[in-house]
Design a protein around this ligand. Structure first.
Ligand code: ATP
Ligand code: MG
Length: 403
């Protein structure tokens, strides 16, 4: 991609009201743009990162046998009345009437929609287990929409739903998904903990949250030295001084929902003795646009963003200074399938380097009169500069791509 054509160009200063790091850096570097409080455009760079985040999530969902689909976002009131959530979730749900006085809501989650789908298609114990997921927009009337893209009124979520004939099978799958989530957040390079938490509007039993340790977090989690799982402050009992604690950002949440929804919505199946039984149900969410924001919060320095390789918008930022041979190198790298942002703009070297640090692409290559037929290599997360031949550069990049 030629940087002269990239939309939009970077900004020198952050918006005045930008309090959080992710808001400041992602806006300045041209990854996101704010329409209004809690509402964001994912610009081309931001959309590239979210696509890569989603693909990591997708691979791990497929690995636990889940199937991807896509459900509607405009929901009729009647469905939400069946569970009682039209009233109980009123504060978070956007509800409205059309010009014929028919009532609708915009999706803030999909349990009821999934239940409706399953009860139309499933009637026997032989049909279980079922695991379905989608990536889609969620709408929530958030009161505090101030932490940049961490808390949107409209945001992207991967939500997975599973249905089972027995409680044992639900809990078996719940543990599988918990492990899949651990893999996802490890692949994203997060320093995270699984924390026991309450279920909000979803359930009265415990749920598990995936919490990334960060000062920007709104949650506080507690654990004892050597513990594998933490506890969210909201369900803490006992003496806090006996625990370690940290601020954390919730990136995922999994819910063992039991038979509540099946009973409310009449999703029964015939077991192997012909008895009617309500299905066991679980739901599992990850906010992929929040993950974008968390990546910015935990991977930056005072100059800008520092993307991990597997989610970076490009692998290489190629910078042309003077009359170098950058164009030939650009063409060669593209041919090899390397993702390159090529700074072909006619501006000062200092401005190119500042943009490169701000955008945070993992490898910076400079071709200039000074480097002659060689190339200057610098990793974004290191100060070391090495001079390499074109062959060495391509070999190193190909090795990185196969990592
Ligand atoms: P929070 O406690 O932060 O308000 P939640 O517990 O209400 O979130 P869940 O219903 O558990 O959220 O949603 C699953 C995931 O969706 C969360 O773990 C988070 O990653 C993401 N998410 C939730 N609300 C938002 C939001 N307003 N903006 C962006 N992502 C969100
Ligand atoms: Mg949650």
């Amino acid at each position: 991609m030629l940087q002269s054509t990239l939309f939009p160009q970077t900004q020198k200063t952050a918006p005045k009201d930008a309090e959080s790091i992710n808001h400041q850096l992602l806006v300045r570097a041209g990854f996101i743009d704010q329409l209004m409080a809690g509402s964001w455009t994912l610009l081309p760079l931001g959309w590239k990162v979210v696509t890569k985040i989603n693909n990591i999530i997708r691979e791990e969902m497929n690995a636990v046998g889940a199937q991807e689909l896509l459900m509607p976002l405009l929901h009729p009131k009647s469905i939400w009345n069946e569970s009682g959530r039209w009233d109980s979730a009123k504060e978070v749900m956007y509800q409205f009437k059309d010009i014929h006085d028919r009532e609708y809501a915009l999706s803030f989650t999909h349990e009821e929609i999934l239940m409706d789908l399953l009860r139309k298609h499933v009637s026997s114990y032989k049909d279980f287990p079922i695991a379905l997921y989608h990536f889609s927009t969620k709408f929530r009337n958030e009161l505090r929409a101030k932490s940049g893209i961490l808390r949107g009124r409209e945001f992207m979520m991967k939500d997975l739903y599973s249905a089972h004939a027995t409680e044992e099978d639900l809990m078996r799958y719940y543990e599988e998904v918990k492990n899949a989530y651990r893999k996802i957040f490890a692949r994203l390079g997060f320093n995270f903990m699984v924390a026991k938490a309450s279920g909000g509007v979803f359930t009265e039993s415990f749920t598990h949250e995936f919490q990334v340790l960060s000062e920007a977090g709104e949650d506080t989690i507690y654990w004892k030295e050597g513990d594998d799982e933490a506890i969210n402050e909201e369900v803490m009992e006992g003496d806090k001084s006996e625990y370690l604690s940290a601020k954390a950002i919730e990136v995922g949440n999994i819910f063992p929902l039991g038979t509540f929804y099946a009973e409310k919505m009449g999703f029964y199946f015939n077991d192997n003795e012909g008895n009617k039984k309500p299905a066991w149900f679980g739901s599992y969410g990850i906010g992929s646009t929040r993950v974008l924001g968390v990546l910015a919060e935990v991977n930056h320095d005072d100059k800008g963003l520092i993307w991990p390789k597997n989610v970076a918008p490009f692998m290489v930022h190629l910078i042309e200074l003077g009359q170098g041979k950058a164009h030939q190198l650009y063409a060669n790298l593209i041919k090899l399938g390397v993702e390159v942002l090529y700074d072909d703009r006619d501006i000062k070297a200092g401005a190119k380097f500042a943009d490169s640090d701000l955008i945070g692409i993992p490898v910076r290559l400079v071709v200039s009169d000074k480097t002659e037929d060689k190339v200057e290599w610098k990793d974004r997360n290191s100060e070391n500069i090495t001079i390499l031949t074109v062959e060495e550069v391509t070999a190193k990049l190909l090795a990185m791509q196969n990592e």
